[in-house]
Write a protein of this length. Sequence first.
Length: 308
Amino acid sequence: MPTAKTTTGHVGKRQPQMLDTFDARKVKEIYNLEPHPETGRLIDSHPGTRTKPMRVLCLGMSRTGTMTLFHALKKLGYNPYHMTVAIMSPRTNLALWGEALKAKFHGEGPAWGRAEFDKLLGDYDGVSDVPCNLFTEELIAAYPDAKIVLQTRDVEPWLHSMDTTAGAINRWRGWETVAAWDPSLAGPFVRFRDLVCPIAFRTITDFSSSETPARQAFADHYAHVRRVVPKDRLLEYKVQDGWGPLCEFLGHEVPDEPLPHVNDASQFVFAHGLMWWLAFGKMVGKVSLMVGVPAAGVVAAVWWRRNR
């Protein structure tokens, strides 16, 4: 579990933030999606539509500069989609992506295509990060005019980055317990983590050992993208290369400022620490209502001692 110092800082109540062009009624409608009465799928209840062409698909693995690319694309005038966008409304977005992942990788329901992606990604003209990068064939088929950027890095620093971010927070004890008491944030996060990490990385916590399956998952992902993406649509890119190759490939003038290198590792860990502690607080608060504050304090203390 995270240390207590991660509770510093202010976190306001999460609101159902979604697409900027949607009005308040539609935002509320999206936030309270129910499975479609005929198909049983959440995506079929989503009111989104495509409002701009999809122009660029960044299909590299997480922790390969996805946040840098996210900000770089915004500087170039794009409106990109990233996991930081999805997590703004986790109960809805993570459930929708979970539906797509289960359909593709577990055969649970019809696979997503252009119609489904347009609903969720309709106001975005670029994508980066997981889980979008797990839908390589589907996205390049859905958006044949989009260019593909395959951002990468050497595998050893990638494993280190994963181990000190996603691997570290997933090793915190008590996630499943606190998540059960927080249906709005920690609950959706844990369900999505348990689904997406084995697919993307073949592990949830093991990124440090020499035998980690994540090493082969990394190699297989890049080999797969190179195999299925037409070469005239593909740019292999490292963020250390700067603006030049990216702007030339996308057809933009090079901005008169440095590429916005963003290392969000500490922010990533801090944000998940806040999520854990908020869920823990909800657990203690709800138990207090059921058994009384003193008894809840005893229960929390015993649980803490066993799980710290």
